[in-house]
Design a protein around this ligand. Structure first.
Ligand SMILES: CCCC/C=C/CC(=O)SCCNC(=O)CCNC(=O)[C@H](O)C(C)(C)COP(=O)(O)OP(=O)(O)OC[C@H]1O[C@@H](n2cnc3c(N)ncnc32)[C@H](O)[C@@H]1OP(=O)(O)O
Length: 305
C-alpha cells in the first residue's frame, strides 16, 4: 500500500501537480519516539522576520511572523518565508505547520504596498516572482498547514490563511479578514481568486472580491472564510487539537487528496507564471494605479492623526 502510494505520488510529482515539493508522501513519516525515551527537544530557527519552532516529538512546527509594525509582506519577508517553508518541507520529521503572528492584533497586513510604489520594472518582477513562489510553496505543501489568525489579515495576509488546510481565527470582531484589493483600486490576480473560490465558493467570492470586503471575525466565519472562531487565549490549545486530528490520518492519503483538490489551480499559475508577472508589472506601473496606491498609503497615515 505504501509502495503504491509512493509510485502514484512520484507520477503526480512528475506531471507537475506539486511542482515545488520534492518529498514523496510516505505512510506516517513523522519521527517516531521509542517509548521510554525522554521528549525530543524543540529545534528552532529564526531569521529576522519569522520565528520557527519545531517540536520534534509531535512533528509540528510553529511559524510566527514577527515583522513590526504589521507583518507586511515585503521581498525580504517573502524570501524568508519561502526558505523556512522549504526547510520544513525537506525535514522528514515535520508533518505539520502552524502559521501565526507574534505581533499583537495583526496576522499580516498583506503585501507591502511600498514594494509596489515608485519602483523599477525589475523590482516589480522580482517582487511578484517572490509572491508567486510563496503561494506555490504554501498551497502545494505536503505538510498539514494550519493558519491561526490572531489578528487582522487583509489581502495577501488573507491569501496566506486561505492557502492553508484549515483556519482558526481569534473571536474578536475588531479583527478583519478578506481580499480587499478592490478597495485599493487594484485587482486580485486569478490565483488569489481561485484560492478564494476553492474555500468559499463562487458566489461569496464574487461578491466579496467586487466589493473588496473585509469581514469582522464573526462574519468571516459565517461566509466560510475561516473554519472556527476561538477565544484568543484558547488559540494555542485549539491549534494543537486540530493539528492532532489532521495528523491522525495516514500522510499519503491526505497528501494525495490535497494535491488532487488543488492541482488545477496550481497548474494554471505554473503554466502562466511569466505572463502573470508581465501582467502585474504592466498593471502596477500604470500612473493611475500608482496614484491609487499612493492615495491609499496616505489614507492609512491620515487615519492615525
Ligand atoms: C496589482 C495586483 C494585485 C496585487 C495584490 C495585492 C494584495 C495586497 O496584499 S495589497 C495590500 C493590502 N493591505 C491592506 O489593505 C492593509 C492596509 N493596512 C491596514 O489596514 C492597517 O494598517 C492594519 C489593519 C493592517 C493595521 O492597522 P493599525 O492601526 O494597527 O496600524 P497602522 O497605523 O494602519 O499601520 C502601521 C504602519 O504600517 C503601515 N502599513 C500598514 N499596512 C501596510 C502595507 N500593506 N504595506 C505597507 N505599509 C503598511 C502604515 O502605513 C503605518 O505606517 P507608518 O507608521 O509609517 O504611518
Amino acid at each position: 500500500m505504501a509502495a503504491a502510494a509512493a509510485t502514484l505520488a512520484r507520477r503526480i510529482t512528475r506531471s507537475g501537480v506539486l511542482p515545488l515539493c520534492r518529498r514523496l508522501p510516505v505512510w506516517g513519516r513523522a519521527a517516531r519516539r521509542p517509548p521510554g525515551l525522554p521528549l525530543a527537544p524543540c529545534r528552532a530557527f529564526s531569521n529576522k522576520k519569522i520565528q520557527v519552532d519545531m517540536n520534534e516529538s509531535s512533528g509540528v512546527a510553529t511559524m510566527k511572523f514577527k515583522s513590526p509594525p504589521v507583518n507586511s509582506l515585503n521581498l525580504d519577508f517573502l524570501t524568508e518565508f519561502c526558505i523556512s517553508l522549504e526547510k520544513l518541507e525537506n525535514d522528514r520529521a515535520c508533518r505539520g505547520i502552524i502559521i501565526t503572528s507574534a505581533i499583537p492584533k495583526i496576522f499580516s497586513s498583506g503585501l507591502d504596498i511600498t514594494e509596489m510604489c515608485g519602483k523599477s520594472t525589475e523590482h516589480y518582477t522580482e517582487f511578484w516572482r517572490a509572491v508567486q513562489e510563496m503561494w506555490l510553496r504554501l498551497y502545494s505543501s505536503n505538510m498539514v498547514t494550519l493558519a491561526v489568525v490572531n489578528g487582522s489579515s487583509p489581502a495577501g495576509g488573507c491569501l496566506i490563511a486561505l492557502s492553508c488546510d484549515y483556519r482558526i481565527m481569534a473571536d474578536n470582531p475588531k479583527y478583519t479578514i478578506g481580499l480587499n484589493e478592490a478597495q485599493l483600486g487594484i485587482v486580485a490576480p486569478f490565483w488569489f481568486k481561485d484560492t478564494f473560490v476553492n474555500v468559499v465558493g463562487q458566489r461569496v467570492a464574487e461578491r466579496s472580491l467586487q466589493l473588496g470586503s473585509l469581514y469582522p471575525a464573526p462574519e468571516a466565519l459565517k461566509f466560510g472564510i475561516v473554519d472556527e472562531l476561538v477565544p484568543e487565549e484558547k488559540l494555542q490549545e485549539k491549534a494543537t487539537a486540530v493539528m492532532a486530528q489532521w495528523l491522525a490520518l495516514p500522510d499519503h492519503a491526505r497528501q494525495i487528496t490535497k494535491s488532487m483538490m488543488r492541482k488545477a489551480v496550481l497548474d494554471l499559475l505554473v503554466a502562466h507564471r511569466e505572463e502573470d508577472i508581465k501582467n502585474f508589472t504592466s498593471f502596477v506601473s500604470k500612473e493611475s494605479i500608482q496614484k491609487s496606491l499612493r492615495m491609499y498609503m496616505e489614507m492609512l497615515k491620515k487615519k492615525k492623526s
